[in-house]
Design a protein around this ligand. Sequence first.
Ligand SMILES: Nc1ncnc2c1ncn2[C@@H]1O[C@H](COP(=O)(O)OP(=O)(O)OP(=O)(O)O)[C@@H](O)[C@H]1O
Ligand SMILES: Cc1ncc(C[n+]2csc(CCO)c2C)c(N)n1
Length: 266
Amino acid sequence: MDAMPLMRHSSTFLLPQSSPSAAPTSDGPALTYALVVLNQRVPRFFPLLWKHAKLRLCADGGANRVYDELPEMFPDQDPLDVRFSYKPDVIKGDMDSIRDEVKDFYINLGVKIVDESHDQDTTDLHKCVSYICDSTDGSEKSNLCILVAGALGGRFDHEAGNINVLYRFSSIRIVLLSDDSLIHLLPKTHYHEIHIQSSVEGPHCGLVPVGAPSGSTTTTGLQWDLNDTKMSFGGLVSTSNIVREEKITVHSDSDLLWTISIRKTT
Ligand SMILES: Nc1ncnc2c1ncn2[C@@H]1O[C@H](COP(=O)(O)OP(=O)(O)OP(=O)(O)O)[C@@H](O)[C@H]1O
Ligand SMILES: Cc1ncc(C[n+]2csc(CCO)c2C)c(N)n1
């Protein structure tokens, strides 16, 4: 149990890049971020996520959101200038939601469009995550972190599909985001340290055994810590918990979802 490798997590992508705490520290590794924009209202801190990302993808109708909502976020600027500055690298999906005018606009800007309308068995988010993994070298995958904007709230079938992507790519760091909260997977292969960025996240949090029950989970740093505790749907799941310390530790025999609230001031 003690030989288990440590995985550190820290939501520094919610801080401005110039912020000292956004730089790599003992809080967590220096990560390379990719961003996937889904077809839901973009979060208010979207420009921050965009700046952190080295690769930016829109999942099908996510392109409509960048096209429509970014100019609304910067009402004092010319909409065209805003669209030029927020030009995605790739638009990928089954292309049944992107509007023709939006598709044509980005084709003219040279954006790569990957039409996978033949695949009706995987979601547009899944298709985008596959693209990012395929374009990342094996040695760089451990430093990759995929931020997913617009993944929570909205239609529950889509939310469940988005959570399933965390499990299907369980060796890749993926963070699902909305305006209100974030979710990521804590794989059972690791012992976890979560460094709380208390200026932008918390205090509400949860540990949820979505994929399978947990026979034993132990935590430190929470108001209601678990101590060799069983969790399952139909039994206990840790929701409405509160972070009490700057560092949370989690040790579990099952994959767990970690979720934490995002502060309104972000
Ligand atoms: N209401 C929502 N809540 C959560 N995620 C969403 C929602 N709507 C879309 N998404 C995410 O954005 C991605 C792209 O959305 P888009 O509307 O283009 O998908 P779609 O497959 O055409 O959806 P539909 O099931 O409506 O045909 C989806 O794969 C999903 O991950
Ligand atoms: C059992 C099963 N349930 C639902 C779908 C439908 N579906 C799942 S992902 C997707 C693509 C959405 O862009 C669609 C249409 C399926 N294929 N198989």
